[in-house]
Design a protein around this ligand. Structure first.
Ligand code: GDP
Ligand code: IMO
Ligand code: MG
Length: 463
């Protein structure tokens, strides 16, 4: 049986923590898309693990697989594995031979293109994700399986690297100096990636993903599919072009692993929801509070937003730790956005949700949600929408119609988690019941703190 975990919003909903909790019953945890643009936090036995590529389940001894839908930076992969080993774990990680490889030139181009794009830039993580998926679709990519065969690797590099050099120097005007020169040097790339291939082979890490997983399912094993990013970052269903280049939605779980949709559809698809919104990057966000310079479109540092919104945003940002893990940049925050969640529930066919960060909102007098949007059309007409419009330009013309809920007080969250659903503050339950009712799905768990034990677990999807 499978359980698929999907981010319902804009990433960082707490997917890693949920994979850790429900992954206890799983034998295998598979990532089906994305690469080291993800940042999944697992707090386990008092230790915090931040994983960008290795599936979160590896922390508790599950077999971790990077599916064919992923883009793999072998340098990051081995760094993470080595660090986990140094910390006393024995991660068992497999990589799909069909997965595409992120090469150093992808990273260089990602960085430069973001600067070129100006207002169209998504604020990428500069990990080379977009350029690698472009090469995959352009049929000039290097796959993990190619690293195991030096002849094939050389042939692929000899075809693609001259094109990348021309793109870098002639289109983007990059000086190929030092490390940047090595990123476009066939011999350096060949030697480095051949060695990665040798290590993958020596550790027996590569698999034919779909076959590997199906055999385990046929043997009665439990497989968890771990999405990265979130629905509104999906290249088709998100805020294009301020999106990532893969499919975080549940359809990505089938194409990105080689398991059929009927196999995945037999299991549960659980949407992970943060009780408010956070966003790293640009694009419209109708329920945004305050704003962040350099990320909020048209943000005016002089006037900013109104003081109350700014104060609330700072409160939620500080309580929720909404600062970039690498750069420390403040994340954009906003109220929960129901049109975004209805869209997510439909695109992935959620069978249940988990709502995290309910503790973060504690202490506010009132909590708001964007229940619907009023979209002003080009002709000045107003339309009410209950889900997100298809174009980002339309989305930018949406204003959120807010509903107000009573706030809830701080609590001893570990005790609440132990005592269960009824121990949650009444106002928090009313809020959660509203969300579940609107999406017409049950809530399987509620996050009331970052730790594993700070979770109100109502259902185990593998049970
Ligand atoms: P992911 O990318 O979806 O796996 O989420 P991240 O790990 O990037 O971000 C979630 C952050 O919030 C992490 O620091 C978690 O430890 C933390 N977190 C997760 N759930 C909760 C919760 O219910 N309450 C609080 N306060 N923190 C949480
Ligand atoms: P997890 O798995 C939040 C955002 C970037 C940028 C856009 C494209 O931790 O939830 P990319 O580097 O993928 O080309 O960037 O997507 N982004 C994320 N935001 N959480 C993530 O992952 C993200 N991965 C990418 O900020 O706006
Ligand atoms: Mg994250």
């Amino acid at each position: 049986m499978t359980v698929t975990i999907v981010g319902a919003q804009l990433g960082d909903e707490g997917k890693g923590g949920v994979v850790d909790i429900y992954g206890e019953a799983a034998d295998v945890v598979v990532r089906y898309q994305g690469g080291d643009n993800a940042g999944h936090t697992v707090v386990h036995d008092g230790e915090t693990y931040k994983l960008s590529l290795v599936p979160s389940g590896a922390v508790r001894g599950n077999v971790g697989v990077l599916g064919n839908g992923c883009v793999v930076n072998p340098a990051t992969l081995f760094d993470e594995i080595d660090e986990l080993r140094e910390r006393g774990l024995e991660p068992d990680v497999r990589v799909a031979e069909r997965a595409h490889v992120i090469l150093p030139y992808h990273r260089v181009i990602d960085g430069v293109e973001e600067d070129e794009k100006a207002d169209l830039a998504a604020g990428t993580t500069k990990r080379g994700i977009g350029p690698t998926y472009e090469d995959k679709a352009g049929r000039r990519g290097v796959r993990v399986g190619d690293l195991l065969d030096p002849g094939v690797l050389r042939e692929r590099l000899e075809y693609v690297v001259p094109q990348k050099r021309a793109l870098a120097t002639e289109v983007f005007g990059i000086d190929l100096e030092g490390e940047v020169r090595d990123a476009f040097d066939i011999e350096v790339l060949f030697e480095t990636y051949r060695e990665f291939g040798e290590r993958l082979a020596a550790e027996g890490m590569t698999v034919d993903c779909g076959t590997f997983l199906q055999e385990r399912i046929d043997d009665g094993e439990a497989v968890m599919l771990e999405g990265a990013q979130g629905t509104s970052l999906d290249i088709d269903h998100g805020v294009y072009p301020y999106v990532t280049s893969s499919h975080p939605t549940a359809g990505g779980a089938t194409v990105g692993t080689g398991l059929g949709p009927t196999v995945i559809g037999e299991g549960e698809v659980i949407g992970i929801v943060k009780a408010y919104l956070s966003r790293v990057g640009t694009g419209p966000l109708p329920t945004e509070l305050g704003g962040v310079e350099g990320q909020t479109p048209d943000y005016d540092a002089e006037t900013g937003a109104d003081d109350d919104a700014e104060e609330l945003a700072t409160y939620i940002r500080d309580e929720g730790g909404e600062y970039g893990t690498v750069t420390g940049r403040p994340r954009r925050v906003g109220w929960l956005d129901l049109p975004m969640l209805r869209h997510a529930a439909r695109t992935s066919g959620f069978t249940a949700i988990v709502v995290n960060h309910v503790d973060t909102l504690a202490g506010l007098d009132e909590v708001k949600v964007g229940h619907s949007y009023t979209m002003r059309t080009r002709d000045g007409e107003e339309r009410t929408l209950t889900t997100v419009p298809p174009t980002t330009e339309q989305w930018a013309r949406c204003e959120a119609n807010l509903r107000t809920f009573d706030g809830w007080p701080e609590a001893d969250w570990a005790a609440v988690a132990e005592d269960g659903w009824d121990a949650l503050p009444e106002a928090a339950r009313a809020y959660l019941e509203y969300v579940a009712g609107e999406l017409d799905v049950p809530i399987y768990a509620v996050g009331v703190g970052p730790g594993r034990e700070e979770t109100v677990v109502r259902e185990d999807p593998f049970a």
